[in-house]
Design a protein around this ligand. Structure first.
Ligand code: PLP
Length: 404
């Protein structure tokens, strides 16, 4: 279990730029240029498939409940529905208890952020400076949470060589002994890698042995074109201890603006998390929880969603072939292309915008530079296939024309 200092990122390397929003940096990068063709934005991972048809009716029926302050843990019917959905969707060791093992979230982002604060306070004494581990590239809320919690951020490179998931065998015991929490995203953003049950089981053994929390970001779990991804909860044992999964309706139900998700798992952790949330976290308006109940009760719109993404990945398979190291991801809706032979990620991003009118994100903006100077996102660009099929195909054709 040896990990050299150079093989992982330090919070000190490249801190200033990489802590900023990737999208603010992208806007600055492209500011001097004009799109060469009508703009197609594949930069933001904001779903653009239709909002489910039932949303308006449910909202209208519950409109008066905007007149109440929502309770922090979520209304009982929401928690019951979320627990039932988890049991139907995943092979859980036992059903999740809606009273003690589910908390509603205002989207998964705030939950992922606030969880770090609770972990830093609740996980027992660490041997050395408390640390929070996360993949690199990573969703920025993990890093922001770790910083706010006063923990060292340790970035675990996710590369083609390790299947785009943190290499658990590369973690040294001294690091694990001071680990407070480990963020894992499956399906991963940006590469779409999916953790197997065996991977989750190995991670859980480490969490049990070293006493840290696993925060499993599963907000893309319903977006896949072949096999349904597993949850870390499946391998969490009969009491789900040390594991909290984060779910969201943003990607599953095309409701990113509604801001509803939930956390499920370790009841001891969730009890403390609730105490913090009760005084500090954003509540979820009750009418929106009713919409969420309807959304978790309906799989037809989710299947339709997957069909639309599948069509787009079918055309990506055809148009991109094996160019730029492309392979269809196991989950999520992003494409992660190696453009290191095409001038690198920033140059390719500028070229695509200027010559093709296609806006993508440089991979280095989504990752942190390591102490040895290596940024695991450098050389890659991320495309979010969120537009309609025809627009997506047009963007991919333009991309190949310009880069080839
Ligand atoms: C990996 C990952 N986690 C979490 C989120 C947060 O999503 P939300 O707060 O809408 O649930 C996103 C959003 O893009 C994401 O890509």
């Amino acid at each position: 279990m040896a990990m050299t200092a150079a093989s992982r990122a330090s919070e000190d390397a490249g801190q200033t730029d990489s802590e900023r929003s990737p999208f603010a940096r992208l806007t600055e990068l492209l500011a001097p240029y004009k799109p060469g063709k009508p703009l197609i934005a594949l930069s933001l991972g904001e779903p653009q498939h239709p909002v489910p048809g039932f949303v308006g009716d449910v909202l209208a029926r519950h409109i008066a409940e905007f007149g109440r302050y929502p309770i922090a843990r979520g209304i009982e019917p929401f928690r019951t529905t979320a627990a039932a959905w988890l049991s139907t969707r995943f092979r859980l060791p036992r059903p999740v208890d809606p009273d003690s093992e589910i908390l509603v979230l205002n989207g998964s982002r705030e939950g992922l952020f606030f969880a770090a604060l609770t972990a830093a306070r609740s996980v027992g004494n660490r041997k050395g400076r408390p640390a929070i581990l996360m993949p690199n590239p990573f969703y920025p809320a993990y890093g922001a949470g770790a910083r706010a919690a006063g923990c060292e951020q340790i970035f675990l490179p996710t590369t083609r060589q390790n299947g785009f998931l943190p290499d658990l065998d590369a973690l040294d015991e001294a690091t694990l002994a001071r680990t407070v929490a480990f963020y894992i995203a499956s399906p991963a953003n940006p590469q779409g890698a999916v953790a197997t049950p065996d991977y989750f089981a190995r991670l859980k053994r480490l969490a049990d042995r070293f006493g840290f929390m696993i925060f499993s970001d599963e907000c893309y779990s319903e977006i896949y074109t072949r096999e349904a991804p597993s949850s870390a909860l499946e391998c969490a044992g009969p009491d789900f201890s040390k594991v909290v999964a984060f779910q969201s309706l943003s990607k599953r139900s095309n409701l990113p603006g509604m801001r509803v998700g939930f956390a499920a798992g370790d009841r001891n952790f969730l009890g403390l998390f609730h105490e913090l949330r009760n005084v500090a976290a954003p509540q979820v308006p009750v009418p929106l929880q009713h919409v969420a109940i309807a959304a978790y009760g309906d799989e037809a719109h989710v299947e339709e969603n997957r069909r639309l993404y599948r069509m787009k990945f079918d055309s990506a398979d055809q148009i991109l072939g094996s160019r730029y190291g492309y392979r269809r991801p196991d989950g999520g809706f992003c494409v992660w292309l190696d453009v290191s032979a095409h001038g690198g990620d920033e140059a390719a991003t500028v070229k695509l915008y200027r010559d093709a009118g296609v806006r993508v994100v440089p991979g280095s903006y989504l990752a942190r530079r390591q102490v040895d100077g290596f940024n695991p996102g450098a050389g890659y660009i991320r495309l979010a296939l969120v537009a309609d099929s025809a627009t997506t195909a047009e963007a991919l054709h333009r991309l190949v024309d310009v880069l080839d």
